[in-house]
Design a protein around this ligand. Sequence first.
Ligand code: CP
Length: 360
Amino acid sequence: MGTYAAQTQQEFEGWDEFYQIPNDEKLEFFMRDGRIFDVIYAQQFDRGFLDYLCNLADKIRLLAKVKVGQHKLRHLLPHKKAMLYFIQPSTRTFLSFQNACYSLGMSVSEIRSTTTSSEVKGESPEDTIRTFASYVDLIISRHSQAGFAEKTAWVLNQSHRPIPVLNGGSGPDQHPTQALLDIYTLEREFTRLGGLDGKTIAMVGDLKRGRTVRSLSYLMKNYRDVTLYFVSPEVFRMQDDIKMFLKKHGITYHETDDFEGILPLADAIYMTRIQNEYSEDPTSEEETYPAFHFKATHLDKIQAHCALLHPLPRRYEIEVCVDKDPRAAYWRQERCGMWIRSALIAYIFKVDQDILYEFS
Ligand code: CP
């Protein structure tokens, strides 16, 4: 069926030229009235926005603790509808966005496979997206193709009914809302240590194909005196575009394959899995790289305040018995995803001030 859809695919005049423009030169295209409208890349977020959203997420978290607060949240956006178009597998991003929408009173529709949409009849992804825009007020997408969310937003912004698009992961390219939740988690984990400024972060695993580490690296330009360690086997080194970005913004980074060596140096360790869904043979068991797994024996080697993160899903990268250690932050990180995505949706629909007003 993929072949049939490919045969029916038409050209979009101007898209190839737009796609070639460097991301930081086309951020305006995804803004309206001085605010972010579509969330496509991590480069869209500056420090002011990140601090604002983390504060908003904290307030939503507090409101959601009590019935009256939940009631207030649910009455913010009952007139808005969201489409979750997740045709690449997802558990956390899907559920956290879905529950973020519910907690703000929105209704949600979903498509999780092209086999159940009219794409099976050869409708293009772009026409599919335009169809969603006929019915809902927000599209959140997860797709295996790099640039998909960007093209979606580009198509809709030229239509008669532009609605916001949130990128829930586009191929090995970017996962900007994961980067938001990673920042929120790190800021929370370092609350008593002055926040993320000045910290040393180790990113471990498949840095070449991991979209979470790419988006998180982009956000580091917003923090002072951060040092990054990219820890990976040679074949999965971080890509040059990210390293060039870090150099341009004066962010210190080191590349190494000495996982044990960086353990005592890091304030946070961000583990990732091998992204073998992008391999020629995704079922190959060869790609496990045990030298880059966090084991219970490593707990004695990391700092007392070190935060251990993982975007999840996990395979072998962190031993299950590590979960009990208070420094294992990855389950808290999942929950942070729901709060920061709630904050993002509230911001997109301009009810952020209504939430902050509750605390004034
Ligand atoms: N972290 C993350 O994107 O998880 P899912 O693939 O389960 O959404």
